[in-house]
Write a protein that binds this ligand. Structure first.
Ligand code: SF4
Length: 477
């Protein structure tokens, strides 16, 4: 079921979600999801598969799921987005979707000439219990006379996860299923950045190049979800991590993964570490000064080189901007929401610039979310100033709790717009989805440059609000 449905689940769950009710008025005896603060699991897998060269994302489920996801993705990235589907109907819910899955893959081979098909399950196929690995095995046997594409499979039931779990599952499945042989050392570094914007990926490539690194970024959506205008429509957009580069990931000197919540997940980086004894740097999403410093320290450790002057200069300018901007933001209260790792990074950044996050919230449930928020606030937002930390919440919960906290600003994706409008406070957009603004794919979040851009946008949003509220209309602020 898509998150368009305002009420997706109504059930009696006494005692559920303890973290949501602390310090708040008593809730009714039922819990409903009202405007979810997460997206469905296979949408994350489809997005990740889109960052592999020659890959067609394929949903094993109904047409409706694929249509919802396409619509969602297109209105953020403003790029065509094909997601194939096995088009299951009522009959298949009873008899199984195997024949449609096989037929669908043959269609994708014929229509797209896909080199890889990334198959993700949906609520329906997980519920009816289709044994997809077995169906795919049969498919390979039955059509062994054809030039078959590589088929990567990720299990992504939406009722037990979020789009980020789908994303990580697709990246892990790709590595697990395609990086099977050890190749000789090739001087590359694997970077698994998580779900960041195409602009972020382009910037990561620049940083790696400046360090003299050949990076394998998996997945790489920098072109496939932010491409050029072309005379002829490409059925599969060019760009993405090549199959060859993926296979060669076993010869890299190290892997870097972004995300403080990854420590309790079996990730692609863990697979490479276990399988090939490859050093793994699992660090927070480099948003803001301190988390970016950690990323540059990891690059220094891997390459044995100092951070290039260009980036040291960017860092210096950022510190200068923090000093200049302090008077505009110091002491303001923010509510931050969205994907867990993005929220952790944004919280780290906000406390650095003097904004006090009063509520940080995510729709996912991560064992280490609370701990990670406390860690990034340590030494800056102490004791009573620590924000309220909520996981597994929807926008009903967030709005209810945030209202009493009287925030000055919201930081998150476009789904917070309704709250921002009601409370007449600025919403600074970050992450996905952003359907009500242009350029969502070009929002820069990472590194010193990303922090600079976020800082400028936040301060200008505050100034704009002051101007709009002022009866005089100050222009020299
Ligand atoms: S996979 Fe599940 S949550 Fe996602 S669109 Fe389909 S039915 Fe809805």
């Amino acid at each position: 079921m898509s998150d368009n449905n305002p009420v997706t689940v109504v059930e009696s769950r006494p005692g559920a979600l303890d973290t949501r009710v602390s310090a708040r008025k008593a809730r009714p005896s039922y819990v409903s999801t009202t405007n979810a603060c997460k997206l469905c699991t296979p949408i994350g897998a489809a997005l990740a598969f889109r960052g592999i060269e020659g890959c067609v994302p394929f949903l094993h489920g109904s047409q409706g799921c694929a249509t919802y996801m396409r619509r969602y993705i297109i209105s953020h990235f403003r790029e065509p987005m094909d997601i194939a589907s096995s088009s299951l109907g009522e009959k298949h819910a009873i008899y199984g979707g195997g024949p449609n899955l096989k037929k669908g893959i043959l269609n994708v081979m014929g229509k797209y000439g896909a080199k890889i098909v990334g198959v993700a399950t949906t609520c329906l196929t997980e519920t009816i219990g289709d044994d997809v690995p077995m169906i795919l095995k049969e498919f390979r046997r039955e059509f062994s006379d054809l030039a078959l594409p590589h088929i990567v499979f990720a299990s992504t039931p939406s009722y037990s996860g979020t789009h980020m779990e789908g994303w990580h599952a697709a990246v892990r499945a790709t590595v697990e299923q395609l990086v099977t042989d050890k190749v000789s050392e090739n001087g590359t570094v694997n970077i698994m950045p998580g779900f960041v914007s195409p602009a972020d990926i382009r910037y990561l490539k620049e940083i790696a190049t400046d360090f003299g690194i050949r990076p394998t970024i998996l997945p790489d959506i920098s072109e496939t979800l932010d491409g050029q205008a072309l005379e002829d429509y490409e059925t599969i957009p060019s760009g993405g991590t090549s199959l060859e580069a993926i296979r060669e990931m076993s010869g890299a000197s190290a892997s870097i993964e972004f995300g403080r919540t990854l420590s309790c997940l079996e990730t692609a980086g863990n697979v490479l570490k276990k399988r090939f004894d490859m050093p793994l740097y699992q660090i927070g999403m480099p948003i803001g000064l301190r988390e970016t410093d950690r990323f540059f320290q990891a690059l220094e450790a891997i390459t044995g080189r100092e951070t290039p002057q260009l980036h040291q200069m960017e860092r210096g300018r950022l510190v200068d901007a923090y000093i200049d901007g302090h008077k505009y933001v110091s002491g303001l209260k923010a509510v931050v929401y969205g994907e867990a790792d993005l929220v952790i990074g944004l919280t780290s950044f906000l406390v650095e610039i003097g904004i006090r996050p009063v509520l940080v919230a995510t729709g996912s449930k991560d064992k280490v979310f609370k701990q990670a928020i406390e860690e990034v606030c340590k030494g800056i937002a102490l004791g009573a100033s620590l924000p309220a930390i909520r996981e597994g919440v929807d926008f009903f919960d967030i709005a209810e709790e945030a209202e009493g906290l009287k925030p000055d600003i919201l930081v998150g994706h476009a789904k917070g717009y309704k709250m921002a409008r009601e409370w007449n406070i600025p919403l600074v957009r970050a992450g996905f989805p952003n359907h009500d603004r242009f350029g969502g794919q070009r929002i820069l979040h990472l590194g010193y440059r990303g922090a600079q851009s976020l800082l400028d946008r936040i301060i200008n949003a505050i100034i704009e609000k002051k101007q709009a509220d002022s009866p005089i209309g100050y222009w020299y602020i």
